[in-house]
Design a protein around this ligand. Sequence first.
Ligand code: F6R
Length: 610
Amino acid sequence: MCGIVGYLGEKKATPILVEGLSKLEYRGYDSSGIAVVEDGEIKIEKCRGRLSNLKDKVAGKEYAGSIGIGHTRWATHGEPSDVNSHPHSNEDETIAVVHNGIIENYIVLREWLISEGYKFVSETDTEVIPHLVDYYFDGNLEDAVIKATKRMEGSYALGVVAKNDPGKIVAVRKDSPLVIGVGEDGKESFIASDIPAVLNMTRDVYLLEDKEFVVMTKDGITIYDENKNKVEKQIFHVTWDIDAAEKGGYDHFMLKEIYEQPKAIKDTLTSRVVKGEKIKLDGIHLTKEQIENFDRVYIIACGTAYHSGVVGKYVIERLAKIPVEIDVASEFRYRNPLITDRTLMICISQSGETADTLAALRLAKEEGARIIAITNVVGSSISREADDVFYTWAGPEIAVASTKAYITMLIALYIIALYMAEAKHTVRETEIEKIKDGLLNLSEKTAEILNDVDTIKSFVDHLYSKNDVYYLGRGLDYAVAMEGSLKLKEISYIHSEAYAGGELKHGTIALIEEGTSVIALATQSELYDKQISNIREVKTRGANVLGIAMEGQTEIEKTVDQTIYIPKVMSILAPVLSVIPLQILAYYTAVQKGCDVDKPRNLAKSVTVE
Ligand code: F6R
């Protein structure tokens, strides 16, 4: 996730900016850069790769400027490269900008600015900002920034400097975090997307609200609302240590990432799903004829990504009416799969680097299949080798156990299924609109679950001392059961298995005895009664059952020991919500057992060997 820093004071800005950026490295990034105002010029240094590359670039340059902005970029629009790195500037480099967030209407703005004679050099959404500020600039930077932001849709935290209004940093935020650090004697001020970047310089910060503007000069900090009325704010004194701050106050990255899911869902839907409009996918270039020509889809992935693919199979078959096979990537190549030029392969990989998934992709490509990658990492190997790419904009996932990446993979699969259904007219438009509506409401419903986790936590006392746990589900609930089971075993080291509700009695039910823990999902209305019967089968053999159902489906309470309700949604969208209690359950169980939640034993975040 991108990080911003800014400094205005009496010291040299460069070392302070680089140090601040190093404190934001934990957020994940693939390039970095700074802009320093010096001798009436803006000096920009930026490059792809680790911060050490930037340090090498600025070493020996001895910039004396004491005003500057810096950025670590986590690529979303445009691959990680020197030119796509921030700061971005206007053509004559008189205005420089660092930006976190996504400018949703950047294509429209870019086309308009080009028609006004502006030239673009990068693939980023951010580059529209310095040009827009340039367009409105008539000597006063904050006025130009205020006007520019009125044209921008989406989310942004900005730091802006201008050669022709020197001695100033202008900052603003909307739906993207930004804090203002207040240095000693009021002689220094800082901007940062996150408190750790300034914590070794000051513990006094202003926490900005959306659409508040800040003008920093050597005379102090002034905060305005969007209409340039002054805003009085209380200083917030930070008492946390740096470690806690990097996790945003959460005990572990996994918990932080679980709580980031509402935003991740929103970001992944942004500009792709709009009410009443056709799905827009700028990374996928399939014609209607090509989509109609596919006679088979293979979904290929590993681990959690594979589990998202199981949901994808149900959804694509139901909406786009194409037969889908789902394979674990390491198995796919060795079963002589039937691949033709009518095959579509969807490779799902958070990291985009998983060796088995990449190998399966290469095989299918050689045999003439069309490849869509779903990945979270721009410029990753899988994204580069695929024909089309769907980026999940989940932000970097640091905990080894995947949570927000999984949820956004589900969103990606719904969107791709709808995109194909629209092209093939396999589902009525009213149904498609209903699903789009449902998707657009998911972020809010996810937040609702996260606002009340007490019932979920109360089951942990029962679970954490167990040796075995069984997860049951039918249909889409079975796909989620697999993911819930994997989450529990990988971080709490409790053995667990997921079964299709109707399958248990064909053998595994022999293991159910007094006190066996079972987690049973029953969110699918058309399978509800059947799943209740399956739950009864384990209950009568002594199992202690936690049921997961949708609000209003209260019949389940007669059969289980405890129930967690998820907000009401269409059955097809339930996996996005029902997995959340399972993630939380796994997390708190692992914490109670004293496990190393973010770095479970034997596991790696990116598996680059077969
Ligand atoms: C589990 C988990 C792994 C990954 C798997 C594939 O929480 O994260 O099972 O899903 O190793 O990784 P990617 O998605 O990077 O290909």
